[in-house]
Write a protein that binds this ligand. Structure first.
Ligand code: DOR
Length: 427
């Protein structure tokens, strides 16, 4: 299969490239990038008119929950990867809080085999820090590494035991695996269902204070300094935590961070209707925190945008606000919500593309994130003006727990190409 993508604005931050060029894909690789490429003499040729669109390296979502094995009523690897492709992602990193937990090579291999059988968007498993996410003994880090994990994380559960996290970071440093930290002091957050503040008080809901996050970010920065290991802070949501990461970077510590669209799009005001789709961990925060997250994205403190796609079945989310599980889906809205930051003038398109490509590829050590000639042809095409209406009926994800249902968003991924194969298109 040969594909010629014509007339698009090619943005490849890894090469410092931002120009109108044609992209020729042959045999699964980027074969040429040039102006006015002639039609290659091929029998199976698809010519794509990308005028008005951005042609970028394949987008990577480094924080996804795919739920298989164990919670297939919420999502499967097949439905999750289909949702990822529809959201513009050519690769996703899948968190370990499955059942069984991805704390052994057997589960890692299972996930990789399922993904290979499904095809399409690539799956990179993340291994647990601790056995069963219980925070007591280390998971089988070495054998999971040999099986193909790309990072370590107990995401969904904070690792409260600093000594255990230190050991995981030492193994991580030895093996070249970042440790992705879900920063939440459980003793402070326990029982909370939303941000602790004026809105939680008015609603009579137990709160999670902002300090529950920043206390742990501070600890993790200290552990990065102690071990020299790379710690990546997941889903940053508070002003104080953004500031701690900024200061850690100023000191040259190996700390990176991500933010999720709900934390730069919604505030805790969204909880007022008691829509359980707004229940997420870390919780939606007040406007000052949202502004700080945006500032962190703008100045590069936060180098990655990730979905934290957390599917839950309708029956689980139909419970009352105290009982419903934390989490919202995100694979199919993340790129469009990020594009709102471009439309607001907060991020340039190259900045935005960086956060979905070269940055997550570098953090996870993936052989992706560029359109360099000869590299694997993973490509995402964006139409910044596409009108995306978020509707349950058209979402590929098995779960529909999104607070953005009914929203009209300006801009979307319109084509997703993995290894030279078109796996999703709206064009
Ligand atoms: O809201 C969340 N849901 N936050 C997490 O950290 C875990 C996730 C899940 O797995 O449902």
């Amino acid at each position: 299969m040969h594909i010629l993508i014509r007339g698009g604005r090619v943005i490849d931050p890894a090469q410092g490239l931002d120009r109108h060029l044609d992209v020729w894909i042959a045999d699964g690789k980027i074969a040429a990038l040039d102006k006015n490429l002639p039609l290659p003499p091929a029998e199976t040729l698809r010519v794509i008119d990308a005028r008005g669109c951005v042609v970028a390296p394949g987008f990577i979502d480094m924080h996804t929950h795919l739920r298989e094995p164990g919670f297939e009523h919420k999502e499967t690897i097949a439905t999750g990867l289909a949702a990822a492709a529809a959201g513009g992602f050519t690769a996703v990193a899948a968190m370990a809080n499955t059942q069984p937990v991805n704390d052994t090579a057997a589960v890692t291999e299972y996930m990789l085999q399922r993904a290979a059988a499904v095809g399409g968007t690539r799956l990179y498993p993340i291994g647990a820090v601790s056995q069963g996410l219980r925070g007591k003994e280390l998971a089988e880090i070495g054998s999971m590494h040999r099986a193909g994990i790309v990072a370590l994380s107990d995401d969904g559960m904070p690792v409260m035991n600093s000594r255990l996290l230190r050991r995981a970071m030492e193994y991580g440093a030895m093996l070249g695996l970042p440790v992705i930290s879900h920063c939440e002091d459980q003793t402070l957050a326990a029982g909370g269902v939303m941000h602790e503040g004026v809105v939680s008080t008015e609603l009579g809901l137990p709160g999670i204070p902002a300090a529950a996050e920043s206390i742990m970010v501070y600890r993790d920065v200290q552990l990065a300094a102690l071990t020299g290991a790379h710690v990546h802070i997941a889903h940053l949501s508070t002003a104080e935590a953004v500031d701690l990461v900024r200061r850690a970077k100023d000191k040259g510590l190996p700390v990176t961070a991500e933010a999720c669209p709900h934390h730069f799009t919604l505030t805790d005001e969204a909880v007022r209707g008691y829509d359980t789709n707004t229940k997420v961990n870390p919780p939606l925060r007040p406007a000052a925190d949202v502004e700080a997250v945006k500032a962190g994205l703008q100045d590069g403190t936060i180098e990655v945008i990730a979905s934290d796609h957390a599917p839950h079945h309708a029956a689980e989310k139909e419970q009352d606000y105290l009982t419903a599980p934390f989490g919202m889906i995100g694979l199919e809205t993340t790129v469009s919500l990020a594009l709102q930051l471009y439309h607001e003038g907060l991020l340039s398109l190259p900045q935005l593309v960086t956060k979905f490509t070269v940055a997550p590829a570098r953090i996870l050590g993936l052989p992706h994130g560029t359109l360099r000639v000869g590299s694997t042809a993973d490509v995402t095409i964006l139409d910044p003006e596409y009108e995306l209406v978020v509707e349950a009926a058209t979402l590929r994800s098995r779960s529909k727990n999104s607070p953005f249902l009914g929203w009209r968003l300006r801009g979307a991924a319109v084509m997703t190409i993995v290894g030279g194969h078109i796996v999703f298109e709206r064009l």
